[in-house]
Write a protein that binds this ligand. Sequence first.
Ligand SMILES: *Cc1c(COP(=O)(O)O)cnc(C)c1O
Length: 405
Amino acid sequence: MIRKTRLFTPGPTPLLPAAQFAMAAADIHHRTPEFRALYERVLGQLKIFVGTRNDVLLLASSGTGAMEASVSNLTSPGDRVLVLSAGKFGERWESLAKAFGCQVDLVSAPYGDTLSLDEVKKALRPDTRAVFVQATESSTGVRHDVKAIGALLRDSGSEALLIVDAITGLGTTHLDVDAWGIDVIIGGSQKAVMIPPGLAYLSLSDRAWKAAETSKNPRYYFDLRKERKNAQKGESSYTPAVALIAALGAALDYIAGQGGGDLAAGRDALIDNAETCAAMTRAAVKALGLSLFAPAAPSAAATSVLPPEGVDSGVIVKELKRRFAAIITNGQGEMKGKIFRIAHIGLFDYMDTIAIIAALEQVAATSLNLPGFAFGKALAAAQQVYAEQSGQTANVKVAPEMVPA
Ligand SMILES: *Cc1c(COP(=O)(O)O)cnc(C)c1O
């Protein structure tokens, strides 16, 4: 059979065709009224997509650029900060804060787990200036409880800024940014918004802007104060990634279309979609006889799965690619060979999810030697979840032998 390449990766994610067309047509100069109109429109749409009353800024960089900007703009060398880390992206916060001379306190959780709020509470000090965390830790497939962390900071009277890498959290997690006390929220283009890598976006609360005024770090390309001043005039400080911005506008239009023209409703539909795809996938892998790597607090951005005892997860990654051109991800760093990850963030739907589960059954049949394996068990479990979550249960009949014990 022919093979059609499909990404099932948590960034880059599959591209929206309408966004690709917009990108190809974006032959405009950035110091023109045409660009200013586009930029102002997209910044306004992003504000709704993020769900904040604060301005959203766009940077021509990968997501890590906005992570770095939040450290360099909001801390000063010697500041005490608290990093909450449970995976590779949490570790990135730690490295970044250290690179800018912060004194880093650390609360960590083992890979696959989420953070203990008790430990966070104990680690907070009166002089903690900022708390850094991921909304979803893409390297392990875990969702952290950002709402509870925000409440904990408020209840303990802490003045620390809450800085959230929501690069895979946005579009997969219902976040009430301002109400939860999130001071900085960060997103990236190659994740839920279905366009190529190269743009990061972030918004800052009033408190965060105050901190930006007093930071003693040098800043140039990532000077957020300058970027905000320019953005308010429909300009970017340097040459913007014009084509990606046009693509982003088209993607946000598509997302709004999924909500009947209402972007906030479309974003919520996108989140619910990811939740359903993730729940289908979790049910399917369990029905296959595999275990979830992050069962306690799974994210809807990606599902991480343990291979059978004695099997390198790379075998599953390779076989899915070799036989079906389906690209999933291995574990990162020390998790390489130990887990595989299937994404649900962005442009994945019911059809894609059923397809990857079916392909995984094919790989299981030839390469995994799972006790009790039979074709259709994983698919039946996923179908059941879909029927339940989409309210179509009235006439659901799954063959009794297909229902997982
Ligand atoms: C993708 C991702 C990033 C950013 O990575 P870049 O390669 O710099 O775009 C940061 N945090 C999380 C949780 C991510 O998934």
